[in-house]
Design a protein around this ligand. Structure first.
Ligand code: HEC
Length: 157
């Protein structure tokens, strides 16, 4: 009898722990927003090249080399601009550039990953925030993305 009881107790405990762990993960993903978590990373690490004086993506594309030489990438200093590099029209660009190499085909980090912080720890911490914010961390381009891939991109304001 005692054995059965303690077995049940153990099972209850494991189920409880599993439930707790999944709740923590869900809560994390849902709590990450542009205004609370992401904007401050962009302001600290990205706007020197993607800020006020940076061009719209369409203008950037007309003279990629010229802007890049001046240290300017396309404008990303608003929610709408940034979200367009995750979902649409520049689907997956944010994920391809910020990935640390764990999801890239050649195992190399995206070329903006090193801007995510001064230390490995900071870069990883910020990457985890971006991943939770984006939701479906897909490196695919728009033509390869399925409707489900796109629907999984959350980028909450
Ligand atoms: C020192 C300047 C600099 C900093 C800082 C910087 N970037 Fe960039 N970024 C560029 C330039 C220049 C380009 C365009 C050249 C290229 O494609 O690599 C670019 C391109 C990009 C692109 C691709 C845009 C496209 O055309 O699809 C993304 C996404 C991006 N950056 C995100 C970021 C994020 C997020 C940060 C901050 C964590 C950041 N960058 C920090 C200079 C910078």
């Amino acid at each position: 009898m005692d054995r059965i009881k303690s077995g049940e107790g153990m099972r209850g405990l494991l189920i409880g722990m599993g439930l707790f762990a999944s709740l923590v993960i869900v809560a994390n993903a849902e709590d990450i927003t542009y205004t609370t978590h992401i904007k401050r990373i962009i302001d600290a690490q990205c706007v020197s090249c993607h800020g006020n004086n940076a061009p719209e993506h369409g203008d950037f594309k007309k003279d990629k080399e010229g802007f890049s030489k001046r240290g300017l990438g396309p404008k990303m200093d608003s929610y709408a601009h940034l979200a367009g590099y995750a979902g649409w029209p520049d689907s997956g660009a944010l994920m391809r550039r910020l990935d640390d190499g764990k999801n890239t085909k050649d195992g190399k980090p995206g070329n903006m990953y090193h801007h995510m912080g001064g230390t490995d720890e900071e870069r990883q911490r910020n990457l985890q925030l971006f991943k939770a914010w984006v939701g479906n961390w897909s490196l695919k381009r728009f033509p390869e993305m399925t409707k489900e891939d796109l629907a999984g991109i959350s980028v909450k304001y």
